[in-house]
Design a protein around this ligand. Structure first.
Ligand SMILES: Nc1ncnc2c1ncn2[C@@H]1O[C@H](COP(=O)(O)OP(=O)(O)OP(=O)(O)O)[C@@H](O)[C@H]1O
Ligand SMILES: O=c1ccn([C@@H]2O[C@H](COP(=O)(O)O)[C@@H](O)[C@H]2O)c(=O)[nH]1
Length: 236
C-alpha cells in the first residue's frame, strides 16, 4: 500500500544528460520514465516538474553578461523541451501524460490551468508542469514547491544526482555526511544548497514535506512512495 496518494516529483534536468555532455540521453530518460510508471501502476497520482540544467541555466547566461531575466526565460523554455521529451517517452512506454506550461506557448503545449491539472490527476494521467513558475529569478525547485502546494500533493520528491542532503555538497566535500531527517529551519539556517531557500521556505510554510533521493538508484522512487526510509526527509 503506497504511503502517498498524490505526489509532486521533481526530476533533475541535469541527470537527463546521462554520460553525455548535454541534452537528453535516450537510455536515461527511458529508465526514469519506467521508474515513474511503476508508481503510477500502484495507483499514485503523479505530477512532475523537470529541471532544465541539461540545456540551460539562467545564472550561467547571466554570468557571461546576458540580461538575467532573458537568460531565465531561456532556462524556462529548456524545461518545456525536457517536459515534451518526458511526455513523449511516457507515451512510448504506454502511459498517458499531459504537459501544462506556465508560459503561454499554446501551439506547442496547453497552458497551466489548476482545475484542469486536478482533473487530469484524478483521471490517473501524469501531469508535467513545464516552464517553472513562469517567472524569472526562480528555479524549478520553487516551481515544484508551488505546484505541489497548489495541487495538494502530500509530499515533494526531489529525485536528483545525490542520494540525500549532506552536511555540505558531497561532490565537493568527501567528508560530508548525510542526514536521514532534517527540519526546514535547519536546512535554511545551514544554507544547504541542494534546494534553493525559496523552495524550502514555501514548503515549510505550507507544511509540505520534501524527500531528497537519488535518481540513479534503481527502485528508489518506488521505495520512497511505499514509505521506506530512502534519502533525506525534510520536515516541519
Ligand atoms: N548539502 C548538500 N547536500 C546534497 N547535495 C548538495 C548539497 N549542497 C549542494 N548540493 C548539490 O546539489 C545538487 C542538486 O541540486 P540541483 O538543483 O543543482 O540539481 P538537479 O536536481 O540536477 O537540478 P536541475 O533539475 O536544475 O538540473 C547535487 O548534485 C549536489 O551536488
Ligand atoms: O520558475 C522558474 C524556473 C526556472 N527558471 C530558469 O530556468 C532554469 C532551469 O531551471 P533549473 O531549476 O535550474 O533546472 C533556471 O536556472 C532559471 O534560469 C526560471 O527563471 N524560473
Amino acid at each position: 500500500m503506497p504511503a502517498h496518494k498524490r505526489i509532486l516529483l521533481k526530476l533533475s534536468g541535469e541527470a537527463l544528460m546521462g554520460d553525455d555532455a548535454y541534452g537528453i540521453n535516450r537510455a536515461t530518460i527511458v529508465r526514469m520514465v519506467q521508474e515513474v510508471r511503476e508508481v503510477v501502476q500502484l495507483g499514485v497520482e503523479v505530477a512532475v516538474v523537470i529541471g532544465g540544467g541539461n540545456i540551460f541555466r539562467g545564472v550561467a547566461g547571466g554570468s557571461v553578461g546576458m540580461d538575467r531575466a532573458t537568460a531565465d526565460y531561456m532556462g524556462m523554455l529548456a524545461t518545456v523541451m525536457n517536459s515534451l521529451a518526458l511526455a513523449d517517452t511516457m507515451r512510448q512506454e504506454g502511459m498517458v501524460a499531459r504537459v501544462m506550461s506556465a508560459i503561454a506557448i499554446e501551439q506547442v503545449v496547453e497552458p497551466y490551468v489548476r482545475p484542469k491539472a486536478l482533473q487530469y490527476l484524478e483521471e490517473g494521467k501524469v501531469v508535467i508542469f513545464a516552464a517553472g513558475t513562469g517567472n524569472p529569478f526562480f528555479t524549478t525547485d520553487t516551481a515544484a514547491a508551488l505546484r505541489g502546494a497548489e495541487i495538494g500533493a502530500e509530499i515533494v520528491l526531489k529525485a536528483t544526482k545525490v542520494d540525500g542532503i549532506y552536511t555540505a555538497d558531497p561532490k565537493k566535500d568527501p567528508e560530508a555526511t548525510r542526514y536521514n531527517r532534517i527540519s526546514f529551519d535547519e536546512a535554511i539556517i545551514k544554507n544547504l544548497q541542494v534546494l534553493d531557500a525559496t523552495a524550502f521556505a514555501l514548503c515549510r510554510d505550507q507544511k509540505l514535506p520534501i524527500r531528497v533521493f537519488s535518481i540513479f538508484k534503481p527502485g528508489a522512487l518506488k521505495r520512497v512512495v511505499m514509505g521506506d526510509d530512502e534519502g533525506t526527509l525534510v520536515h516541519v
